[in-house]
Design a protein around this ligand. Structure first.
Ligand code: ATP
Length: 220
């Protein structure tokens, strides 16, 4: 369903990705591993259409989308949760969610709103709180919840469990595994191996090059 072939990416003259090729099949949880600076964020940003200058082929649902702007890729079902969250910190939790719903693929926002609150019940009590008054982990939940409001068919997550309190790591992990269990297709960059043991497949990025693909345990 997602096929990436010969993907190169540059920041100015500096090349960050080198002939990266891989596939993510429908319903898979694929974990992208790599050290700091390996190119994980660059790869996710290249897929979503922001960040580096890119050359190569990205085919999603049979359509080559490498020349599409980011908003068109989002409308086609790609949802991205960046490492830095990019919330509207002056707006409340509810406002952050509803703004996302309006820019989403589907018309009705009612279902995703209920769904994200059932996935993250603790957000219910925070609906009227400004995002700036949430902890880092709570903001990470909101960032995922906001992306889910667009009903993405392919979820791209950049280090979702990095730097957050252990209890919230559990909540995030459980939410992501629940989504995987529902068949949401996911590509997750992580270094801390929170999800790796549950992945259908692991991808290893080293200095911008995709290395050996090892098998996960497929227990999502
Ligand atoms: P981390 O886990 O630390 O975020 P990463 O695997 O996500 O690492 P990237 O952030 O994609 O790695 O970085 C890949 C390479 O691209 C690094 O050499 C980095 O210095 C470089 N790079 C990343 N963003 C930029 C940028 N905006 N401008 C210039 N170079 C960048």
């Amino acid at each position: 369903m997602l096929t990436v072939s010969g993907l190169n990416a540059w920041y100015g003259p500096a090349q960050a990705l080198f002939e990266v090729s891989f596939m993510v099949h429908s319903g898979e949880l694929v974990v992208l591993q790599g050290l700091n600076g390996a190119g994980k964020s660059t790869l996710l940003q290249a897929l979503i259409g922001i960040g580096p200058r890119v050359q190569g082929q990205i085919v999603w649902d049979g359509q080559p989308l490498q020349s599409w702007p980011a908003h068109r890729r989002a409308r086609a079902g790609l949802g991205f949760v960046p490492e830095d969250r990019r919330l509207f910190t002056g707006l409340t939790v509810r406002e952050n969610l509803w703004i996302a719903a309006r820019s989403g693929e589907r018309g009705s926002a009612a279902d995703p709103f209920d769904k994200v609150l059932s996935l993250f019940p603790s957000l219910q009590a925070m609906l009227d709180r400004p995002a700036s008054q949430m902890s880092g982990g709570e903001q990470q939940m909101l960032a995922l919840a906001r992306t889910l409001m667009t009903s993405p068919r392919l979820l791209l997550l950049d280090e979702p469990c990095e730097g957050i309190a252990p209890v919230l790591v559990q909540a995030m992990r459980n939410a992501l595994l629940a989504l995987a269990g529902e068949g949401v297709t996911m590509l997750v960059a992580e270094q801390n191996r929170i999800l790796a043991g549950h992945a259908h497949r692991l991808l290893q990025l080293t200095s911008g090059q995709m290395g050996e693909h090892t098998n996960g345990q497929g227990a999502a």
